[in-house]
Design a protein around this ligand. Structure first.
Ligand code: HEM
Length: 457
C-alpha cells in the first residue's frame, strides 16, 4: 500500500510504502516527522535487514537529554557506541555483579527496618490491626538509588552519590514535567527558565562526578569491585573485558556514571513497584511467591539465605517479573532516527526520519497476546520465555538487537533480592487512596505514587 499523508513534504522524506496501516503511521512533532511503530514484524525487519550503524538516536531528543546522559551509552551512536559497549558490557557480567549482591541485601534490609519501625510505631498495626500505609514507590526508588550508588561507588562516597541522585531527580522533573516543545524550531527558548535550570543541574552533577573520579585516582583504590573501578580500569576489571589497552576518558566515565545512575535505578525500582501493585491486587500470587521463597531458598530464623547462585531457582518470581514488565514496561518506548535512506523490503524510510517504537502498545496487543492481553497472568511465561506472544519481537521490555539493555543482569538480581526480602516479611494490600494513573515521564510510573497497606507476616 502507498501512504502519503496530506501535509507530508515528499521532497523531505519521500513516499512511505507500507502494508502495516494502523500499527504503523506517521505523525509530526513540530517540524520533525515520526514513524510510529507498534508492529513487531517491522521491528524485526529493522533489526535484521539493516546495519545497526544506519540507526541513531533522534537528534531532537539529544539536546534535551544531554544534561542527563551526556554522550553515555544510551545516547551514543556509530563507532563511539561500539567502543563504549565493548568496554562497558563486561562490567555487567554475572561474575562482576556477584560482589554487589551483599550491598543490595544491606540496602533492602535497611528499607525493611524502616517499614518495621513505622509499623511498630503505629498503635493500630502493633495491636494486630490493618497495617500501615506506605508509599512503596517512593521507598523502592530511594532504596534502588542507594543500591545503584553502592554498585557504582562501592559505598565509599555515599554523600556524593546521594547528591548526584537528588540532582538527577530534580533534573528529570525540570526536563519532563514542564511543557516541552519537541521539534518546534527554537522550542527550547520558550522555556528558558527550565532549560537553564536543567543545564545548571547537569553541570553540578558533572562537577560532583569528576571530583569522585579524581578522589578515586588519588586514593589508588582501584580494586575494581564497583562499576566505577571497572570503568576506570577499562570495563573488565582487569579481567580482560576491555578493548586492547583502551580505557574511557574522565569525561566518558562521568557520562556513563550519569547514565547508570539514572537508567539503572529508576527502571528497576519501577519494575518492583508495579510488581507490588499487581501482587497487592492478586494476593494468591503473593502467597505462591512466598511459598516458592520458603521452599526453595535455605532459611535461618525465617530469613532467606540469599546467594546469587540460588536466585535462578525462583522460577515463579521470574514469570511474575516478566508479566509485570509486559503490562507496565518501565521503558515504555524505544526511539531511533534513520542516519541514511533505508529500504526495508517495501518500506522506504528516508534519512532523518524518527521512529517511535511503542512497546506498551505491542505488550497489550490482543492480536499478539490473545483476548486476555490486559490481564495479569504470569503463568503465560511458564512454558515460553516470550509469554506465548505470537511474534518474538512483540515483547521488548529491554529493547532489541545489539542495543538490548546492558544492565539487565543487574536488574534481575536486584529485583529478586528486594522482592524476596520484602515478601518474606510483609503482606500487601492496595490502599483505598491509590489512584491508578500510569504516566510517562521518560519512564512509565504511577502518577500519584503507590500507597500500599503493609502488614507484618
Ligand atoms: C527494569 C529495568 C530496566 C529496563 C526496563 C531497561 C530498559 C532498557 C531498554 C528498553 C533499553 C534499550 C534502549 C534503546 O534501544 O534505545 C535499555 C538500554 C540500556 N540500559 Fe536498561 N533497562 C533497565 C535496567 C538497566 C540498568 C540496571 C542499567 C545500568 C545500571 C541500564 C542501563 C542501560 C544502558 C547503558 C542502555 C544502553 C545500551 C546500549 O544502547 O547499548 N538499564 N534499557
Amino acid at each position: 500500500m502507498t501512504f502519503t499523508p496530506p501535509s507530508f513534504p515528499t521532497f523531505l522524506v519521500g513516499k512511505i510504502h507500507t502494508e502495516f496501516t494502523g500499527k504503523v503511521f506517521i505523525y509530526w512533532l513540530g517540524t520533525e516527522p515520526f514513524l510510529y511503530i507498534a508492529e513487531p514484524e517491522l521491528v524485526k525487519k529493522m533489526s535484521t535487514h539493516v546495519m545497526a550503524k544506519c540507526w541513531g538516536k533522534p537528534n531532537v531528543f539529544k539536546d534535551d537529554r544531554y544534561p542527563m546522559f551526556g554522550t553515555g551509552l544510551v545516547m551514543a551512536e556509530g563507532h563511539h557506541w561500539v567502543r563504549h559497549r565493548h568496554l562497558i558490557a563486561p562490567a555487567f557480567s554475572p561474575l562482576n555483579l556477584k560482589s554487589v549482591a551483599s550491598r543490595m541485601v544491606d540496602c533492602a534490609n535497611e528499607m525493611i527496618m524502616r517499614w518495621s519501625t513505622q509499623i511498630n510505631n503505629s498503635a493500630a498495626a502493633a495491636a494486630g490491626g490493618n497495617g500501615v500505609i506506605i508509599d512503596v514507590e517512593k521507598e523502592i526508588i530511594e532504596t534502588s538509588g542507594e543500591i545503584i550508588a553502592k554498585t557504582c561507588f562501592g559505598g565509599t562516597q555515599d554523600e556524593d552519590a546521594k547528591q548526584v541522585l537528588q540532582k538527577l531527580r530534580a533534573l528529570q522533573t525540570a526536563l519532563f514535567k514542564s511543557t516541552r516543545y519537541v521539534g518546534v524550531p527554537f522550542g527550547r527558548f520558550f522555556n528558558v527558565k527550565k532549560t537553564l535550570e536543567a543545564n545548571k543541574l547537569g553541570a553540578e552533577i558533572d562537577r560532583l562526578l569528576f571530583s569522585v573520579i579524581r578522589a578515586r585516582k588519588e586514593s589508588k583504590n582501584d580494586d575494581g569491585i564497583d562499576l566505577l573501578g571497572l570503568l576506570m580500569n577499562g570495563g573488565g576489571g582487569g579481567g580482560g573485558g576491555g578493548v586492547g589497552n583502551d580505557v574511557l576518558t574522565e569525561r566518558e566515565v562521568v557520562d556513563e556514571c550519569k547514565t547508570f545512575f539514572f537508567g539503572g535505578h529508576e527502571t528497576t525500582a519501577l519494575a518492583i513497584t508495579w510488581t507490588l501493585m499487581l501482587l497487592a491486587l492478586h494476593p494468591h500470587w503473593q502467597i505462591q511467591l512466598r511459598h516458592e521463597i520458603f521452599q526453595l531458598l535455605p532459611h535461618h530464623n525465617n530469613n532467606p539465605f540469599l546467594h546469587i547462585n540460588l536466585l535462578s531457582r525462583l522460577k515463579k518470581m521470574q514469570w511474575v517479573m516478566n508479566e509485570a514488565l509486559r503490562l507496565y514496561p518501565p521503558a515504555p518506548n524505544v526511539q531511533r532516527q534513520a542516519r541514511e535512506d533505508i529500504q526495508i523490503e517495501g518500506l522506504m524510510v528516508p534519512k532523518g526520519t524518527n521512529m517511535w517504537i511503542d512497546v506498551v502498545a505491542m505488550h497489550h496487543d490482543k492480536e499478539l497476546w490473545g483476548e486476555d492481553a490486559n490481564e495479569f497472568k504470569p503463568e503465560r511465561f511458564m512454558e515460553d520465555v516470550n509469554g506465548g506472544c505470537k511474534h518474538k519481537m512483540g515483547y521488548l521490555p529491554f529493547g532489541f538487537g545489539g542495543r538490548m539493555c546492558v544492565g539487565r543482569n543487574l536488574t534481575f538480581m536486584e529485583y529478586k533480592i528486594v522482592l524476596t526480602l520484602v515478601l518474606s516479611k510483609f503482606s500487601f494490600k492496595l490502599s483505598t487512596s491509590y489512584h491508578h494513573s500510569p504516566s510517562i515521564m521518560l519512564s512509565l510510573r504511577p502518577s500519584h505514587g503507590l500507597p500500599l497497606v503493609v502488614q507484618p507476616l
